[in-house]
Design a protein around this ligand. Structure first.
Ligand SMILES: [Zn+2]
Length: 153
C-alpha cells in the first residue's frame, strides 16, 4: 500500500491558521496499472465509507480505470492545520492510502475555515485568493498564492 500526501502552500496575512473542514476533497488520479490519468477532478468524501470490493476493508473513494478496467481505491488518513508558522512554505496538509492508484493533482475549493485569533471565516479557495476584514482587530485578512503538490510518503 502506498501513501500520498498533499502539501499546501499559501501566503496568509493576519490569519493564525487555515483548516480544512471535511468537505469534498477534489483530486485527479492516475491508474498505476496502465498510467491512464483522470480527465476531471473527482470528489472524495472523508466521511463516506465505501466497502472495498472483494475485501473486508473500507475506503473513501473507489473507481474503475476507464482504460484497463482495473478498480482502485483511496482511503483518507489525516489532515493537518496550515498554521502561520508555515506561511508560504509547502506543508503536509492531508494524507491518503492509495491502492492501485496515485493522486496526481489537488484542487482546493470550498470547505476551508481561516481563523483570525478566535474568529472563524468560512471560505472558498476556488478563485485562488481570498480577503476579508476583521472588525474586532481592525486587521485586513488575506490568503493568496495558494498552490499544492503531491508526494509519495
Ligand atoms: Zn488503468
Amino acid at each position: 500500500m502506498v501513501k500520498f500526501a498533499i502539501f499546501l502552500k499559501a501566503e496568509m496575512d493576519n490569519i493564525d491558521k487555515l483548516v480544512f473542514n471535511e468537505e469534498l476533497i477534489f483530486i485527479k488520479y492516475k491508474c498505476t496499472n496502465c498510467g491512464t490519468e483522470s480527465e476531471t477532478f473527482a470528489g472524495l468524501d472523508p466521511d463516506e465509507e465505501i466497502d472495498i470490493k472483494g475485501s473486508r476493508g473500507v475506503c473513501n473513494f473507489q473507481a474503475k480505470c476507464k482504460c484497463c478496467s482495473r478498480s482502485f481505491n483511496i482511503s483518507f488518513l489525516e489532515k493537518f492545520d496550515y498554521i502561520q508558522e508555515n506561511n508560504n512554505k509547502f506543508t503536509k496538509f492531508m494524507t491518503f492510502e492509495c491502492r492501485g492508484v496515485e493522486i496526481i493533482e489537488y484542487d482546493p475549493r470550498a470547505g476551508f475555515i481561516a481563523y483570525c485569533q478566535k474568529t472563524p471565516y468560512e471560505l472558498d479557495l476556488s478563485e485562488g485568493d481570498w480577503c476579508d476584514y476583521d472588525e474586532d482587530t481592525s486587521l485586513s485578512l488575506e490568503i493568496f498564492g495558494v498552490s499544492s503538490k503531491i508526494e509519495k510518503i
